[in-house]
Design a protein around this ligand. Sequence first.
Ligand code: 16G
Length: 259
Amino acid sequence: MNAADQIFAMLKESSQSGAPLYLQLRKSIEDAVNRGLIGPGDALPSERDIASKADISRVTVRKAVQDLVKGGILVQRHGSGTFVAPRMERVEQSLSRLTSFTEDMARRGMAVRSAWLDRGLYAPSPDEMMVLGLSSSELVARVARLRIANDTPLAIERASLSASVLPDPEAIGSSLYAALETSGNRPVRAVQRISAANLGDSDARLLEVPPGIAGLHIERISYLASGKVIEFTRSIYRGDAYDFVAELRLSGPGEEGRP
Ligand code: 16G
């Protein structure tokens, strides 16, 4: 069976549901993808083929396809058609170890690189002053990078550190934590806050996903052994690429409810 026939067969299965036609078609295409009947990189039959095979209007087909493009299930390439989006290999990241992006990706055998979005010394924002304990006369070092593993952009990380710790942000190589290690400032503890975020246009463009798609907003505040805050990083991770995993244990007597 070719792809148009697969989709048509799924559509027939769902035609009893009474839902609007474009929703039925959207679901049929999604089911065909989820069941592996059409795989990542496969071309979707043309709008005309789907419309004539399923006996529905091309407007209906377009609406269903546009929805799936917005949801990241399909991708449209100008001039060459519509394809099933490449499947992201999800990265599973433990929440109990304080590691760097470079170390995390290297452990998985992935080739890591970064694209610089910004690095320099600035007057601190009120947030940076509060978290890093800076006064308005001190400077903050900002390091913003698009983090890329195996040629797939995974995250946008915007780190802020006191300029006294990182006086020359231009001088850090490929790893911030390696640079901090060299100067004896590698953090030993961090508190991370993860929340849901829909990606805005510019972040989505950088991460090569459709705008509005689900992402993870992560804020990490890292500490030296002395208790001093060393790093304040706000990141956007691709929701389709990352699973953060935490191990939970039954708390022992006397530990109940303690953070
Ligand atoms: C991780 C950290 C980030 C840190 C970076 C250093 C999260 C959410 N973020 O990606 O806070 O700045 O590692 O990586 O885990 P690097 O040493 O490779 O530059």
